[in-house]
Design a protein around this ligand. Structure first.
Ligand code: KG4
Ligand code: ZN
Length: 354
């Protein structure tokens, strides 16, 4: 075990410059970010085309693709930022949650760089990183100021649906999460049922654009007073409808089903999030994760919330390493420095963050 990395003086101008590395699922990504907000570079190599033929992420293939892609992606991230590793103050890397074989590739790469360059290593929770994507600067940011606390954060990704109360930086109270499928997972599964391409979110969104969202009255799971979510009943209802329609001679109304399904997911996500914001007197709302790229979800949040809604620009909604370096900065400032023997946490809920 190697102890304490060297103490790193921040850059002369006082900025902290972190290299972020993300390999939790099917994107190999590296980025350089200053002070948790200024993105100097943000390089993402997506494996979507490779996994699309399997209709979902094939974990073994994903790990091996990360091994192939990680080094060139790192080089590009440094080149695009016009810096070398000598100009970096630390390495932030996704430690979990995610696919274990994929996480290990990023984690070991980060450890190697940290060891060779005697740089601090910071293990980052991927969900926390989605939250901190809201602090990153970009020209097309919905609101041109940082989120204010207390805030309600809704994280909607391929693996998670989390409703979180944040009363300060790095301070989370998990109010609810999904009892079965994650929101993104529901999009992916329903897309497959409808014969649409992986990943399902963008395919459903596109199909829904010319569909009637009232054509089918799919169920909304409100789960009474709980802040939890459930999407498996909705998925089953879509399945039943598809099977019923397949028995007729008529063509499957894919666009109407997609639109009606999307409306059901968006209804539940928005209603519960706005209710939580009211109950906890939140100053701001924050929506993040791959599903926050959804046009209808974004528009309805902006139209129906009385408080400001922070939603990252599209390129920061889906997995990227800028958000890892972003969250890493706040952890760095809190004094987090990890040892070189840290392990991957494939299941690492936000509620367990110290
Ligand atoms: O955050 P993310 O890139 O990876 C995980 O951490 O899981 O989220 C991926 C998920 C996938 O389920 C994908 O179908 C969904 O985000 N997604 C969308 C859209 N774009 C991506 N869902 C709905 N509408 C979209 N436009
Ligand atoms: Zn993600």
């Amino acid at each position: 075990m190697v102890n304490n990395p060297k103490y790193v003086e921040p850059a002369e101008d006082g900025t902290i410059r972190l290299l972020g590395i993300e390999t939790s699922c099917d994107e190999t990504a590296a980025a350089i970010v200053e002070d948790g907000k200024n993105i100097l570079s943000n390089v993402v190599a997506s494996q979507i085309d490779i996994h699309a033929q399997y209709g979902g992420v094939f974990p073994e293939v994903a790990s091996r693709q990360h091994v192939i892609a990680i080094y060139p992606i790192l080089e590009q991230a440094l080149q695009q930022a016009h810096i070398t590793l000598d100009d970096v103050d630390g390495i932030a890397v996704t430690q979990g949650p995610g696919l274990s074989g994929s996480l290990v590739v990023g984690l070991n790469t980060a450890k190697g760089i940290a060891l060779a360059n005697r740089l601090p290593l910071i293990g980052v929770n991927h969900l926390e990183a989605h939250i901190y994507s809201a602090w990153l600067d970009s020209d097309d940011k919905a609101i041109d100021r940082e989120p204010e606390f207390p805030l309600i954060a809704l994280i909607v990704s391929g693996g998670h649906t989390e409703l979180i109360l944040m009363t300060g930086h790095l301070t989370y109270q998990r109010l609810g999460s999904t009892l079965d499928d994650a929101a993104g997972e529901a999009f992916d599964k329903v897309a497959r049922l409808l014969g649409l391409e992986y990943p399902g979110g963008p395919s459903i969104q596109q199909a829904a654009e010319i569909g009637n969202d009232r054509a089918f009255n799919f169920p909304r799971s409100w789960l009474d007073d709980s802040w939890d979510f459930s999407f498996s009943g909705l998925k089953t209802a879509v399945l039943r409808e598809v099977r019923r329609l397949e028995k007729t001679d008529l063509p499957l109304p894919v666009n109407d089903i997609a639109a009606s399904f999307q409306a059901a997911v968006v209804d539940v996500l928005i209603t519960k999030t706005l209710k939580a914001a009211e109950e906890y007197q939140a100053k701001d709302l924050l929506v993040a994760g791959g599903v926050s790229a959804n046009k209808s979800l974004r528009q309805r949040f902006l139209d129906s919330s009385e408080i400001p809604v922070h939603i990252p620009p599209l390129f920061l909604c889906t997995d990227n390493a800028a958000m890892i370096a972003g969250a890493g900065y706040f952890r760095y400032c809190a004094g987090q420095r990890d040892q070189l023997d840290i392990d991957a946490f494939p299941n690492w809920p936000v509620s367990e963050l110290a």
